[in-house]
Design a protein around this ligand. Structure first.
Ligand SMILES: NC(=O)c1ccc[n+]([C@@H]2O[C@H](COP(=O)([O-])OP(=O)(O)OC[C@H]3O[C@@H](n4cnc5c(N)ncnc54)[C@H](OP(=O)(O)O)[C@@H]3O)[C@@H](O)[C@H]2O)c1
Length: 282
């Protein structure tokens, strides 16, 4: 074990922006040492330096990058990881290319499990029974599906399944915490527009032309008006990580809670009708 203080360290993926970035601050404030990682390590340079911070490059889709990051953590008493990295591949399924679907799963699903498997031996070596923590960032869209986001919904449903299986396999020695946020005000929506690529052009003359325009205009406003801040979301995750008996599931935001209630109690036909209308689909 390292003689470095602090006593416990956590690695977070996707710290360049958003929830990952806010988590670095929340966790450090609670006494954790944080290994902040990002695809481009220079995006981390503004994080205040300290003996409780290590910055590392980590692309979750690159096995060599993951293994190199793990090597660079061997001297730390790492007891937790937060699989936060992810993005939203939006667009109607009919117009989605297979490479777009594959890329979505490579980052949100395969990458998340690859990071988990690489760091699990380190956590085992450092954590006392019950002390280890693995956090998976799912979404309310891992519990229910919306139109125009089939690839993302499917990837987050897969994250839920991975977390539930993993928990049965390695718990209670290591706790697995599944985070299910609703809308959070981050760069996520700007990023998902980048992931659209030429989708708006592909939609021209199809039944989705109007819906894509509607999606771009309206859903972003909703998220910005009603979503929690990244800092508020990060605080809830940090609190769960600190808990002696961490929750299996952490719903973040009232929208996450009420959407899941509506999904459970409303007849499926009505639930789908409401969503179709709200996404501008006839
Ligand atoms: N915002 C929401 O409303 C919301 C709701 C539910 C769940 N979530 C989930 O919360 C997590 C964080 O999202 P956010 O809202 O904070 O969005 P964000 O601000 O866009 O941050 C996403 C982070 O993931 C990183 N990332 C993407 N691909 C990566 C890869 N291959 N390897 C390593 N890092 C990668 C990004 O890094 P780059 O800067 O290098 O691209 C960025 O740091 C995601 O898993 C997202 O699905 C978000």
């Amino acid at each position: 074990m390292s003689t470095l203080s602090p006593r416990r360290w956590v690695l977070v993926t996707g710290c360049s922006t958003g929830i990952g970035r806010a988590l670095v601050t929340s966790l450090r404030a609670r006494g954790w040492g944080v290994v902040a990682t990002a695809r481009q390590v220079e995006t981390l340079k503004e994080l205040p330096a300290g003996e409780d911070l290590r910055r590392l490059p980590l692309d979750v889709t690159d096995g060599v990058s993951i293994a190199t990051a793990a090597q660079a953590c061997l001297d730390l008493p790492l007891t937790a990881i937060v699989n936060n990295a992810g993005y939203g591949q939006m667009g109607p399924l009919e117009l989605l290319r297979t490479d777009e679907l594959r890329a979505q799963f490579e980052t949100n699903v395969v990458g998340l499990q690859a990071v988990t498997n690489t760091f699990l031996p380190l956590i085992r070596a450092n954590a006392r029974p019950g002390e280890g923590r693995i956090v998976h960032m799912a979404s309310v869209l891992g519990r229910l599906s919306i139109p125009m986001a089939g690839a993302y919904n499917a990837s987050k449903h897969a994250v839920v399944a991975l977390a539930e299986s993993l928990r049965m396999e390695i718990g209670p020695e290591i706790a697995v915490i599944l985070v299910e946020p609703g809308a959070i005000r981050t760069a996520f929506r700007a990023t998902l527009k980048q992931a659209w690529g030429d989708l708006p052009e592909r939609a021209l003359g199809t039944i989705f032309e109007r819906a894509i325009h509607h999606y771009a205009e309206r859903r972003e406003d909703y998220a910005y008006q009603h979503g929690l801040t990244a800092e508020a979301c990060a605080e809830k995750i940090a609190h769960a990580l600190d808990a002696r008996r961490p929750p299996r599931r952490l719903l973040v935001g009232k929208d996450s809670f009420w959407a899941q209630v509506a999904h459970r109690v409303l007849p499926a036909a009505l639930f789908e009708w409401i969503l179709r209308r709200s996404y501008g689909l006839r």
